[in-house]
Write a protein that binds this ligand. Structure first.
Ligand code: XUL
Ligand code: CO
Length: 446
């Protein structure tokens, strides 16, 4: 039985009328570009929660979504039907990866034992599908934030029984990760933060979080689950202050607790914006620290101050993100672009899930094309090399080599005139750079 009323989505190329059929304008999976197949650069992943579970609720209204498995009223029957629908969706969209939380797949029972039984039944079915389709899991994760028991956190909960339960839940999630061959394992600390400092022992909570990550890593090793562990920063929502605020804060935490050897970062566009950063900034911070793991692909909206998980469509942002990826040579050792994104509440029909993924995949494919063209032409490399040229010889080279101190630099500077110092600086011509980037976007995609 077909759940989705669409044909397989194909590359149709740019300048086509999309009114007649769905198709990719820029994403051509098998095309070799920059030395790799496009699909290997991008490694797109479908997020189970937003695609198959999301009902398109907002804080003021019920869900509007119409989904092809809604007729199943029993939660386990629906969970099983969703697996069929999901694998048909992956095939029609032409993606090789998906990502999920434990609780996306199956309903909870009263005890963890019952919950695990429900979950295992669904995972059995997923593993069977993987054998026949070759579908891979980019990452899995544990939902340690929805249930009321996590009201004050999971690993950072002030209640030891909740820490213990979270560890037990995560243990099973790691076992499932191993069964489905997940390439990464993500920790997003939904409730790991605080509402108020007046009742919070911040240091103790952060030590507990670090302990939790250590135990997770140790258990993964014990069972031979080789996924790359990833922390996903976000500054706020649902807590007022999330401990893993942004890339820089999370890296400092990882270094303080010796987690930086075993963990890397999963970065998300909308989370970057909430932290007052661009997506590009977060990717740059992670990759220069050698800690870029994977990317959650979505975008925010400057006019709305919360996490809206919109499908990426802003070409300027995807060019900037892919520019970083191209410089890095890959997203991360096992990274991909996971669409942590959902349709708007007013886009409630089943096919809108395809449109959403198509615009997201095309936007990143377009970004990749532009970024590779700019790199091939050394556009920014030449500008940057020139900008720092004064460090390649003379006093600059001595500063970088560490062979001069403050006294030497005083001697060097003491009699320099204002005019000489002004002559040492140059206009950045930033507007010209931006015009050049626009030119590359327009030319490459025309
Ligand atoms: C929440 C978010 C999560 C994580 C996985 O904002 O991004 O969906 O990616 O828990
Ligand atoms: Co995310």
């Amino acid at each position: 039985m077909a759940y989705w009323q669409v044909n397989k989505i194909k590359y149709i190329g740019p300048h086509q009328s999309l009114k007649s059929d769905l198709g990719f304008q820029y994403y051509n999976p098998e095309e070799i570009i920059g030395g790799k197949k496009m699909k290997d650069w991008l490694r797109f992943s479908v997020a189970y929660w937003h695609t198959f579970d999301q009902r398109l609720v907002d804080p003021f209204g019920d869900g509007t979504a119409i989904r092809p498995y809604d007729k199943y009223s029993d939660p386990m029957d629906q969970a099983l039907a969703k697996v069929d629908a999901a694998f048909e969706f992956y095939d029609k969209l032409g993606v090789n990866y998906f990502a999920f939380h434990d609780r996306d797949l199956a309903p909870e029972g009263d005890t963890l034992r019952e919950t695990n039984q429900n979950l295992d039944k669904i995972v059995d079915k997923i593993v069977e599908y993987q054998k026949t389709t070759g579908m891979k899991v980019l990452w899995n994760t544990s939902n340690l934030f929805n249930n009321p028991r996590f009201v004050a956190g999971a690993a950072t909960s002030p209640y030891a029984d909740i820490f213990a339960y979270s560890a037990a839940q995560l243990k099973h999630s790691l076992e499932i990760g191993k069964r489905v061959g997940a390439e990464n394992y993500v920790f997003w600390g939904g409730r790991e933060g605080y509402e108020s400092l007046w009742n919070t022992d911040m240091k103790r909570e952060q030590e507990h979080a670090a302990r939790f990550f250590q135990m997770a890593k140790d258990y993964a090793k014990e069972i031979g689950f080789q996924a790359q562990m990833l922390l996903e920063p976000k500054p706020k929502e649902p807590t007022t202050h999330q401990y893993d605020f942004d890339a820089a804060t999370t890296i400092a935490f990882m270094k303080e607790y010796n987690l930086d050897q075993d963990f890397k970062l999963n970065l998300e566009g909308n989370h970057a914006n909430l932290a007052g950063h661009s997506y590009q900034h977060e990717i740059r911070v992670a990759r220069t620290a050698g800690l870029l793991g994977s990317l959650d692909a979505n975008q925010g909206d400057k006019l709305i101050g919360w996490d809206i998980d919109e499908y990426p469509s802003n070409l300027y942002e995807t060019v900037a993100a892919m520019y970083e990826v191209v410089q890095e040579g890959q997203i991360g050792p096992h990274g991909g672009l996971n669409f942590d994104a959902k349709p708007r509440r007013s886009s409630f029909e089943p096919n809108d899930l395809f449109y959403g993924h198509i615009v997201g995949m095309d936007s990143f494919a377009a970004g990749l094309r532009v970024a590779l063209k700019m790199k091939a032409d050394h556009v920014l490399e030449d500008i940057i090399n020139e900008r720092y040229n004064s460090y390649n010889s003379g006093i600059g080279a001595q500063i970088e080599a560490g062979t001069v101190n403050f006294t030497d630099l005083e001697k060097y500077s003491l009699d320099k005139t204002q005019a000489q110092l002004r002559a040492a600086t140059h206009s950045d011509h930033l507007e010209q750079i931006k015009d050049t980037i626009n030119h590359y976007i327009i030319e490459t995609l025309s």
